[in-house]
Design a binder for this molecule. Sequence first.
Ligand code: ADP
Ligand code: ZN
Length: 616
Amino acid sequence: MGKAVHRAFTLPQASAIGCAMSGNSSGNETMAPVRDHMRALFGFDEFRGRQADVVERVMAGESTLAVMPTGAGKSLTYQLPATMLEGNCVVVSPLIALMHDQLRMARANGIRAATLTSVDADWRETVDAFRAGGLDLLYVAPERASQPQFRELLHSSPLALFAVDEAHCVSEWGHDFRPDYRQLRPLMDGFPSVPRLALTATADARTRADILDQLGIPESGLVIAGFDRPNIRYAMDHRDGPVRQLATLIAENPGPGIVYALTRRKVEDLARKLAIATGRPVLPYHAGLDPDIRVANQAAFVASEDMIIIATIAFGMGIDKPDVRFVAHAGIPKSIEAYYQETGRAGRDGDPATAMMLWGAGDFAQARQRLSGVSEDRRAGERARLDALAMLVEAPGCRRAVLLRHFGEDPPERCGNCDNCLDAPEVSDATELARKLLSAVYRTGQSFGFGHIQKVLTGAEDERIRQRRHDRLSVYGIVGDEEAYLLRPLSRALQARGALVATEHGGLALDGDAREILKGEKTVEIVVPPKKGRRKPRDRGANPVGDPLFDALRELRRELAVEAGLPPYVIFHDATLRELVARRPGSIEEFGAIGGVGTKKLEAYGDAFLEVIRAH
Ligand code: ADP
Ligand code: ZN
């Protein structure tokens, strides 16, 4: 690769910039050349969220831990400085798939990037380029950090920055501890003047403190962006026909989507049924598939613009597909943390996306049953995680507010972009009914399923009831028609909160705070089930439907992608295509002003796209 266009623009050394920037409150002024450079490289006009703060620190040579949600644009915070500062930037990343994905995206923007992994054939060129100072970014796995040859290589040419991606892997408190990350500190300590930038999307307070400590970053270097993903619409519904419910969601979302199911069998089953029900390309993904098929299915999904992948939670780590339009859960996730991470794979490109969870009381019952197999020291924590999840699905108010509060934020009461904000559910105080239900469970001996309990409460004529003499109980027939329809959702809610649990033989038994409810010390509120069709259909996706120019631009993008062996989104995001339709640039200069069009992409694709625009 020759010198990229942007290299013509060079800033003084990091330390010099540090002096210029520190103690200067007009950060905007000093950041102006950086912003210009961002415009030329990526075609973005403005920094997003706290990107500017992070970039400013990196340019000033200060070490930083950036905690930013998925899709916030973490890569830009090291890629941009890497192209401006003198010297190479080393990027540590835990997965080869992630590195190669980043590599494609970086190169598409004209950034001089390379990877040193076990599967790369171009080691010699990469090492030569690094020695000659001809690389912006060198991606490596943490295992390299402990190798003496690698240390020597780093000493052979000036370094601008150490970037440590997925930095929570360094902490045992994080959810993906990788012991090799512990080798990074000794390596980086060998280069005391080179700043460090650690990046992660998920780290609670304890993990954050640990990362700072383990990577030698001062406390003042912590930059936290909020957890909110405003473009994701959260929705949760009781599961009462998953194929139909998912098919509806898929029909409303023409773009790519992920459906998570709990077991391999469910994955296979849903994949088959949804392929028939929707007519869309649908592929399964789970650990039981032949590895070649798994890799092929994942690659097909990454390249596709309309595929649905049905997967166990084994799928997702290491996938950076920005145009995923929905993530659905066909059963409950493990925890709110897992839910946030899994749904976070939707809408990384900032366009509207949906996160839909279909849950059943049985999901909670099973999860609670599994608690008994958990070691005692972990059981309380696991139970608390389930309780938090139950609160989320049962919440009558804003889902986003529940999520963000869970992560320690103080969000507004309503977000306006979740199911409950868009269409407030009816809430009912069901304490009295709950007492009737719980006492029926108690008086029948805590061994009957919901169906029987319901019959007892509504006074049904039934052989089994007569045999057991349940028609003589005080609870027989105490629930009238006007309340009977609330029994099932109430039972679900009581199971979700743990006041009712399923016995081994499918019966219901009291547990949790059932006694307090019975004694009138606790209240029970439930969301009244929606009448069929209550939910408004989601607004159409952001893309114009049936616009001939938009379709033609997409077609061109697809052709170029196939030709280059790249996923379409590496060429341009949908947002860029939409802006092209709206502004119809007539010249290369006008084309270059479109969002997402940097110098490199302008050169590579400008003429081809202009031609299509002129022809429409
Ligand atoms: P993260 O690693 O934080 O999940 P990425 O670095 O993958 O996020 O960026 C997410 C998406 O946001 C990318 O498609 C990127 O092109 C886009 N993006 C990043 N920064 C900006 C910006 N300042 N303006 C517009 N789009 C941006
Ligand atoms: Zn809301």
